[in-house]
Design a protein around this ligand. Structure first.
Ligand SMILES: [Zn+2]
Length: 374
């Protein structure tokens, strides 16, 4: 396993109580457990690294957890005292106990009633037929057999047809969880038979919290500026955030500072970004472009430069709104309206498609236009 993936695996959420930034999904699944209204097929969609597989595994444990005592799908009697032991998180959500025999088996990765498959490498009709046949058989030990099919959008049309039959009349003891980054590729006929739960990208504050928690457990000193930088680079993905923290740890040991990360990622320094901003404040397009040129000459990625520039002005913009400051003053060289103009231009540049051949030019044009329009 590459070392940078160690932290992601180590700090995967193990319970609904540890899942961050996916409150609607967790609420729906936890309510389904509480009301014993468990669907037989779920579609988990969302960008990569947002926790789809982790949540699917937690749900697989929860439906089989002795402490939660979901009604057995085969109608067997449950022991009467189980209901009083229900595991509940601080927010009042039902969570797997992670301690009973069933939870332990699922956590060990050896549970025979949990089948995880990657549709990217099992995409054909034969594989789905094999699932269909196996799904008919009763679970070995658990209440429910749970199938987690990752990258479900990779299935062939024939495979979808075979799967459709299964979702039409699912055996009562089977739960399917289809996970995908591209839900639009899932046929409508399948979509109409599954419960669709959408996972969202994490916001920066959530990622910073996750990073800070992991750093604390690892006894790392993670500078707040360094944590924000990693969160920014992770672009909403928990996996990327923790993988980056792992890379940073491999590189800098247990003290992680923003300046070391700047070198590592080829990111422009805060000083360089501040210099560009002050050139813009003085309406000096020539100097702003020269500063940007010096940053590129050091090997910084123009896209990263643009991203950090946007991040810097966005913080100023939000500060201005929070403090109700509309006009500029000695400490804040831009008014709220000017910040809005700057951000609009930078954002347009960031979303322009013609990046490939002209890496630096779009940014130079943007800086020039900002001075013209301020
Ligand atoms: Zn349990």
């Amino acid at each position: 396993m590459p070392t940078e993936q160690v932290l992601y695996r180590k700090y995967r959420p193990q319970s609904f109580a540890d899942v961050r930034g996916q409150d609607p999904v967790v609420r729906i699944l936890s309510n389904a457990l509480a009301m014993n209204r468990i669907a037989h097929a779920y579609l988990f969609s969302g960008p990569r690294g947002t926790g789809k597989t982790s949540v699917a595994r937690i749900f697989a444990r929860a439906v089989n957890c002795a402490d939660l005592a979901c009604d057995s799908p085969t109608g067997e009697e449950q022991s009467p005292n189980r209901a009083s032991r229900r595991s509940v998180s601080e927010e009042g959500r039902l969570i797997p106990c992670n301690a009973c025999e069933s939870c332990a088996e699922f956590l060990s990765g050896r549970a025979l009633d949990l089948v995880e498959m990657d549709a990217a490498s099992n995409r054909g009709v034969d594989e789905v037929r094999a699932i269909r046949e196996a799904a008919e058989l009763l679970p070995m030990r658990a209440n429910y057999k749970v199938y987690i099919l990752d990258e479900a959008h990779m299935l062939t049309r024939e495979a979808w047809n075979a799967l459709l039959k299964l979702t039409e009349e699912p055996p009562p003891h089977v739960i399917f969880i289809l996970a995908t980054t591209e839900p639009e590729k899932v046929p409508d006929t399948v979509q109409s038979r599954v419960q669709h739960l959408q996972f969202r990208l994490a916001d920066e504050a959530t990622l910073v919290r996750v990073l800070a928690d992991a750093a604390k457990k690892e006894e790392m000193a993670l500078e707040p500026d360094a944590a924000s930088m990693l969160a920014l680079f992770a672009e909403g993905s928990f996996r990327d955030a923790l993988n980056l923290l792992g890379q940073a740890q491999a590189l800098c040991g247990n003290t992680i500072t923003a300046s070391v990360l700047e070198d590592f990622f080829g990111a422009p320094s805060k000083t360089a970004l501040a210099e560009v901003a002050s050139a813009l404040a003085l309406r000096d397009a020539k100097h702003a472009i020269e500063c940007a040129g010096q940053v590129f000459a050091k090997g910084s990625d123009p896209r990263l430069f643009l991203k950090l520039l946007i991040h810097q002005f966005r913080s100023q913009f939000l500060d201005a709104l929070r403090s109700g400051r509309v006009e500029k003053d000695a400490a804040n060289p831009f008014s709220a309206k000017e910040l809005e103009t700057i951000l609009r231009i930078l954002l347009e540049t960031a979303t322009e498609r013609h990046y490939s051949g002209w890496r630096e030019l779009p940014i130079e044009l943007a800086l020039h236009r900002i001075v013209r329009e301020l």
